[in-house]
Design a protein around this ligand. Structure first.
Ligand code: PEP
Ligand code: MN
Length: 339
């Protein structure tokens, strides 16, 4: 249920509503709107009628059911787009299209520093790089783990770029959070509910990737797991889904952008690197992602893709990335946004 407060309702009225929600055995989540606050009361669906009684409290406008199975992620709870603040100058979900770029995996100091400098020079806002890699094969490179996180922190210190890096299990989540500005949940872990709850408790911004066989509704239910733990800073990432098509690594579902924009207030980012698996297709899909309304892009860039430890075929060389960024500027402007 959502409890809609009157515009300008007093703090003491809101606190009383929060107290009553808790007393009834529900978990309240305050969502600050432009003109009024709404409070999500999430818990056992069977007690809806009891919550309806809150309508008589001072400062309450009305009490409404949330029709979607996802609650806090739903547009029903919050009409305006959410802004996810990463640092003083990086905010995802506003007018500016945020570019996250860097190698699939952190391989060594030279590689990550060179990548960071190159993507920064080309205009990226966030550095990506995996230290814990969830590989399809147990025999593939699994990442440098904490050593990789330290190298990412070094690259951040040098360039000022915040970092997004993957967390693969609850046991190492606190360690990753000590270094990362954004915690990435990979496609293979997008329904790892223990991990989703853990990053919800940590509270740092989360980049949640869509699972390769996930419906939009399941995707939003995964976001709900994070949000129901009290973390509203969730960024959704479409990274391609599995279809019958084999010409591309995955099928990048660009229609997910307008669909998500209709259903949720959370920002949406497109990953054309994993979405296509081929560096030739990355630029056109970046342009199309912006045209579709994406709030950001995440792209793999490697100084030497031929010798990359992972995802070389889909990684752009720095020069190509720079050229793409210049052209992207035109699409961003045409969409009425900035880069
Ligand atoms: C990655 O970002 O390198 C990655 C493993 O992505 P995904 O989880 O989308 O496959
Ligand atoms: Mn990758």
């Amino acid at each position: 249920m959502i409890i809609v407060m009157k515009a300008g309702a007093a703090k003491k009225d809101r606190d009383e509503v929060l107290r009553r929600i808790r007393e009834l055995g529900y978990k309240p989540h305050v969502i600050h709107g432009a003109t009024r606050d709404v409070i999500g009361a999430v818990g056992d669906e069977r007690g809806k009628a009891v919550l309806q009684s809150l309508e008589s409290l001072h400062g309450v406008e009305n009490v409404l059911p949330i029709l979607q199975p996802y609650k806090l992620a739903s547009k029903e709870v919050k009409k305006e787009s959410s802004l996810v603040r990463i640092s003083d100058d990086v905010v995802i979900g506003g007018n500016r299209v945020i570019m996250m770029a860097g190698p699939c995996s952190v391989e060594n100091e030279q590689q990550i520093i060179e990548s960071a400098i190159a993507v920064k020079k080309a205009g990226a806002h966030v550095l990506r790089g995996g230290a814990f890699k969830p590989r399809t094969s147990p025999y593939s490179f699994q990442g440098l783990e904490e050593e990789g996180l330290k190298l990412l922190a070094k690259a951040r210190e040098l360039t000022g770029l915040p970092i997004v890096t993957e967390v693969i299990n609850p046991e190492t989540a606190d360690l990753v959070a000590d270094y990362a500005d954004i915690l990435q949940i990979g496609a293979r872990n997008s329904q790892n509910f223990a991990l989703l709850k853990k990053v919800g408790q940590i509270g740092k911004p989360v980049l949640l990737k869509r699972g390769m066989s996930m419906t939009i509704q399941e995707f939003l239910m995964s976001a709900e797991y994070i949000m129901s733990e009290g973390n509203q800073s969730v960024i959704l990432c479409e990274r391609g889904i599995r279809t019958f098509e084999t010409a591309t690594r995955n099928t990048l579902d660009l229609s997910a952008v307008p669909v998500l924009k209709e259903k949720t207030h959370l920002p949406v980012v497109i990953d054309p690197s994993h979405g296509t698996g081929n560096h030739h297709y990355v630029a056109p899909m970046c342009f199309a992602g912006v045209a579709a309304g994406a709030d950001g892009l995440i792209v793999e860039v490697h100084p030497d893709p031929e010798h990359a430890s992972s995802d070389g075929p889909q990684s752009l060389k720095p020069k190509k990335f720079e050229a793409m960024m210049a052209k992207l500027q035109l699409f961003v402007e045409a969409a009425g946004r900035s880069l």
